[in-house]
Design a protein around this ligand. Structure first.
Ligand code: MIG
Length: 664
């Protein structure tokens, strides 16, 4: 059951697609105050679990921390960090009752989930203009499914996007890209995508390609396709200010950029130098900006990643002027009264500053709206611009699209990657914990930078991370400029990497099938154990194992130098290991705690009692994947319903695309 409570005059975010009529009075739980901003307060019972928040720090159970949903360009995801790139304001309180709360509010909102007071949930924001959806169900899982149908169907990528993608910030020349493809092919490491980070552009200008390196870009794209590889370029939010650059010229002329209070176009420095932000909150601008993707689509591109769309700002001219003033003051001070802190503080406030977010405006239905009041909707609408346009440009096929910043609603247009993580063991665990929460908020096509983006990776970290990445719909190795090179062929025994990636490809029929069932049925691909074993108190506490679909449990190893790990089985399961020689080991393990050994070059998974999953023959691209014949592994006599389609059609349904498989 869904109820809607409306406070003040909410900004329309288009997060929800179902029409729900407003309920008068107070929500069934919580105390609401609207005198100073908005607050929702509720006392948690000791046993209540709080799920949700999508892309957020900490655990699957969100209790015990304060989360500030404010889309932020933040490169260091330490345990104390409260804001990431996204704002997914949906939580589920699960105890005696199961209640979902979606705070549909376009800017900064704080979820204090037992931080200030251990038993108190309080959700607060500055303005009492919002919609609160309250969903009651028989279980947390039930509530999530109801929420998912409220917010509309999840984005579905093309099937090739379930292959492996190699990326690195720093690939620049034709040779750089060719080498990646050659090395993968040489070592027979499967590969479907190579990502193009900002250096493919001409001076970081969106929808341009460095013509010295790529004199005939369409031919290059085609050449890569002939080797089975889709190039996936990045698009940044800021449009470079440069005379003669058509995106800039047209945007200025049509008045499509975000404006300062005095009506001039707001300027923000990002990678291209000074830029303007397209006002993607305006549908006309969305259409215009989205149409620019055509330049690359026409060149044969069929995948994009949208970056810097929180939006990230290195500095504004106004902010820079303030820093210069404080430096001048400091330099001119002969008394020593001014501390160096005055300069340091000014410098530290320069990037992504709240002052800058108050300096520009969007035009929404003829009204000017100051950016800070709708901040969390920018990345969402940039990606929506792309998604809407691509649906028109390529009506007959799916285009790969994912974004760094997002808000609920964007899940209908694209997926997400979880941004600039680090080559830290703790970030494998964070990746594991974030996946089911993202799924709860509609984001099914998601994944983290495997191996870690920042810092120097190590071979063992990368291998362990990949063994989890085998199961994330978006499987990409990405790393930052200046870090240790982390393509597989940079390490000894690349065949270990080949093996792990091959296992991914063998599992694609199953992973794709489960992804599609989740997408078409408003269900989850990744689930916490508690969603399938709600009456098992031990299962409900597990944060480092996940369920996939109805058949599989994963329990990744995420500790350095470990030869395996302890795993909790809520019921009897078949423990399967994919060994590097291509064979499988299969051991039935009874319910309970077990220590399982897993070598660095093995991929473990567990199959639930009475279930079976399909397995394809190894191959090197998704296009070469054959489902004839599929092998089955699992419990004999069990059946599995496989979903399959051509991997491209936009209007797919479960009916007509599923077949029952039976193990021989
Ligand atoms: O300021 O394009 O999260 O994946 O490699 C950094 C360069 C900008 C941030 C993205 C990262 C990407 C990087 N970008």
């Amino acid at each position: 059951m869904v109820q809607l409570y409306v406070f003040g005059h909410p900004f329309e975010t288009d997060a929800v697609v179902q029409s729900v009529s407003e309920t008068a009075g107070n929500p069934p739980i919580g105390t609401i105050a609207t005198t100073h901003g908005f607050s929702f307060t509720h006392t948690l019972e000791a046993q209540d679990v709080v799920y949700g928040l999508g892309e957020a720090n900490r655990g699957i159970n969100k209790r015990g921390f304060r989360y500030v949903n404010h889309c932020s360009d933040t490169p260091s995801h330490t345990e104390d960090l409260s804001s990431l790139y996204a704002a997914h304001n949906f939580i589920v309180l699960s105890g005696t009752n199961h209640i979902g709360l979606f705070f549909d509010y376009p800017t900064t909102i704080t979820f204090d989930i037992g931080y200030t007071q251990q038993d108190t949930l309080s959700v607060t924001c500055d303005s009492a203009n919002l919609k609160l959806y309250v969903i009651q169900g028989a279980s947390a899982y039930d509530v999530v499914k109801e929420f998912r149908s409220l917010i509309g169907p999840s984005y579905i990528p093309p099937k090739f996007a379930f292959g492996f993608g190699q990326s690195r910030w720093g690939y620049k020349t034709r040779k750089d890209f060719e080498r990646v493809v050659q090395e993968h092919r040489k070592h027979h490491i499967p590969l479907d995508m190579v990502y193009m980070d900002i250096d493919y552009m001409e001076d970081y200008k969106d929808f341009t390609v460095n013509s010295e390196e790529f004199p005939d870009f369409p031919a290059f794209v085609q050449e890569m396709r002939e080797q089975g590889v889709h190039l996936v370029p990045i698009i940044d939010a800021g449009v470079k200010i440069e005379k003669g650059y058509p995106v800039y010229e047209e945007g200025v002329q049509k008045g499509y950029f975000c404006k300062r209070e005095d009506g001039s176009d707001f300027e923000a420095a990002v990678w291209p130098g000074l830029t303007h932000f397209p006002d993607v909150l305006n549908p006309e601008v969305r259409q215009w900006f989205g149409n620019w993707y055509r330049v690359l689509v026409d060149a044969g591109i069929d995948g994009f990643w949208n970056d810097m769309n929180e939006p990230a700002i290195f500095y504004s001219p106004e902010g820079l002027a303030q820093v210069k003033t404080s430096m001048e003051r400091y330099l001119a001070d002969s008394t020593g009264a001014l501390s160096h802190h005055s300069v340091l503080d000014a410098l530290n406030r320069l990037s992504n500053s709240s002052e800058d977010y108050q300096r520009f405006y969007h035009k929404v239905q003829g009204e000017w709206v100051r950016h800070d009041r709708v901040h969390n909707l920018f990345g969402y609408n940039m990606t929506r611009a792309a998604g809407e346009a691509l649906a028109q440009l390529a009506p007959d096929r799916r285009i790969l699209l994912f974004s760094r910043s997002s808000y609920i609603g964007m899940h209908r247009y694209g997926g997400v990657w979880t941004g600039d993580n680090m080559s830290w063991w703790s970030h494998i665990l964070l990746n594991i914990k974030m996946m089911p929460s993202l799924n709860m908020c509609g984001f099914l096509y998601c994944g983290a930078d495997l191996g870690g983006f920042g810092c120097n990776t190590t071979r063992d970290l990368l291998l362990r991370w990949l063994a989890f990445g085998v199961f994330t719909p978006l499987m990409r190795n990405h790393s930052a400029l200046g870090t240790r090179e982390q393509e597989f062929y940079q390490f000894e025994n690349p065949q270990d990497f080949r093996h792990i990636i091959s296992v991914r490809y063998r599992l694609i029929p199953y992973l794709y099938s489960e992804f599609m069932k989740a997408a078409l049925g408003n269900d989850l691909y990744f689930k916490p154990l508690s969603f399938l074993y709600p009456n098992d108190p031990l299962a409900c506490e597990v944060e480092d194992q996940l369920m996939i679909g109805n058949e599989v449990m994963v329990a990744p190893v995420y500790q350095q130098n470990a030869t395996g790990r302890y795993v909790y089985l809520p019921e009897e399961m078949l423990f399967v290991k994919f060994c590097p020689d291509g064979t499988l080991t299969q051991t039935v393990l009874p319910a309970g705690v077990h220590h399982v050994s897993v070598a660095l070059n093995e991929v473990p998974l567990f199959i639930r009692q009475g279930h079976t999953i399909p397995l394809a023959q190894p191959c090197e691209t998704v296009a070469d994947l054959s489902t004839q014949p599929l092998e089955c592994i699992g419990y004999s006599g069990a059946t599995y319903t496989l979903y399959d389609d051509d991997g491209m059609c936009r209007s797919c349904t479960l009916e007509g695309h599923t077949t029952i498989l039976i193990k021989e």
